[in-house]
Write a new protein. Sequence first.
Length: 91
Amino acid sequence: MIVALSVGSVVWFLMGLVLMVVLWRTGMAMLQALSAPPAPPPEPGELRKMNMRYRCEVCGVELKLTLAPDEDPPPPKHCLEDMTVVAPLYD
């Protein structure tokens, strides 16, 4: 009875130790990822992937922007007016 109890407690201790090591490594990896510098911006001539949708308020034409040279591009013009950004219905 005492041998079974001590073996069980050793197993629990080892499981706790393994769990502690896993949590420690996960936490340290997350901290290292947060402290890493951000990726450099792309070269001036390269395009960035985007997913923005615009709608012309005059005629109702919709446009989806997938590539742009800037992070926040100016809205396109249609019917001589700036188009407005719309939220996607299904994405």
